[in-house]
Design a protein around this ligand. Structure first.
Ligand SMILES: C[S@@+](CC[C@H](N)C(=O)[O-])C[C@H]1O[C@@H](n2cnc3c(N)ncnc32)[C@H](O)[C@@H]1O
Length: 291
């Protein structure tokens, strides 16, 4: 796919000065020859720090991380109109991506766009879901309430979140709206070496925190008895409880010592900061060993 040559061939008369290249978690290995050529030929390459890092082996021009806040990004790209500029995007740049943002200001005839598989396609491939029968939503930098109109029994939603806190926020919303039994699959870093997929229920989010509390106060046995009692009482089985256990230890890793006063108020003066850290570390290790 000789895309860079096409640009060169059209020469000065070519209106195409901007390439938008979708890059996946597999980095340069997942890029075709055309995409590689566009990155290598660019005088300026814009992208998030992670994308610039992934594409670093190909970049010969100046690497420019996106400005913060992102609002000024299109202006910055436009200020280089006429030079060979490449913008790196995740997956398909026109699916909740920077492509749509830039296309509001730049004529598509000035662009060459090379999409990679989007997170939606990768997720659908892992789950075996038909994309036309699935709501494709993004709450990345948007209000979580956007998902509300799509919540109904049997509905399938693929939701992009901004960061690691997103799934828990979704779980809380689902639980508060009576959809706590919904199957929730967390799909991270799809297509890369760090890919992780785990399924549980939305309600399990609360259980992860409760179990951590019980492990810190007592031990894993008590946490397991609690989980069994919950399952009996709700006549349900929590798939993959470890997923929420790991989530809870991940979120509390930096702050567990600050819980000393909470436990002291319960009369547990033995749970000093070092002791909480020791118990937290031991629980984290056990969870990771059994993953
Ligand atoms: C601004 S959206 C861009 C989506 C992108 N245009 C696409 O087609 O996948 C960024 C969000 O997409 C999701 N995402 C992108 N790539 C992903 C991947 N490989 N695995 C899991 N989620 C991904 C994450 O939720 C991330 O915060």
């Amino acid at each position: 796919m000789p895309l860079p040559e096409t640009i060169a061939h059209e020469g000065a008369a070519s209106p195409r000065w901007l390439s938008i290249v979708g890059i996946g978690e597999d980095g340069v290995e997942g890029l075709g020859a055309g995409a590689r050529g566009l990155i290598g030929a660019a005088e300026i390459v814009f992208g998030g720090k992670r994308h610039l890092g992934l594409a670093a082996p190909l970049i010969r021009g100046a690497a420019r991380p996106w400005p913060s806040p992102f609002d000024g990004a299109a202006d910055e790209v436009l200020s280089h109109r006429g030079r060979q500029v490449c913008v790196l995007a995740s997956g398909d740049p026109f699916l909740y991506g920077v492509g749509a943002t830039l296309a509001r200001r730049i004529d598509p005839r000035e662009m060459i766009v090379v999409p990679a598989p989007s997170a939606f396609s990768l997720a659908a491939a892992r789950l075996g879901w038909s994309l036309p029968h699935t709501a494709l939503l993004s709450v990345h930098g948007r209000n979580l309430d956007l998902i509300r109109p799509h919540l109904q029994p049997g509905a399938r939603l693929l939701v992009l979140t901004s960061d690691g806190d997103g799934p828990a926020a979704l779980a809380q919303l689902l639980t508060s709206l009576g959809f706590g039994a919904s199957r929730l699959t967390l799909l991270e870093a799809l297509g890369g070496q760090r890919e992780r997929v785990g399924a549980t229920t939305a309600a399990g989010f609360d259980l992860g925190w409760c179990r951590l509390d019980l492990v810190l106060l007592y031990d894993q046995c008590v946490a397991d008895v609690f989980l069994a009692a919950y399952e009996t009482a709700t006549d349900s089985v929590l798939p993959d409880p470890q997923l929420w256990d790991l989530w809870a230890v991940g979120r509390s890793h930096d702050i567990v010592e600050t819980w000393v006063p909470n436990y002291r108020d319960l009369g547990r003066v033995d749970l000093t900061a070092p002791e909480l850290r020791r118990r937290h570390n031991a629980w984290t290790r056990r969870l990771l060993e059994h993953r």
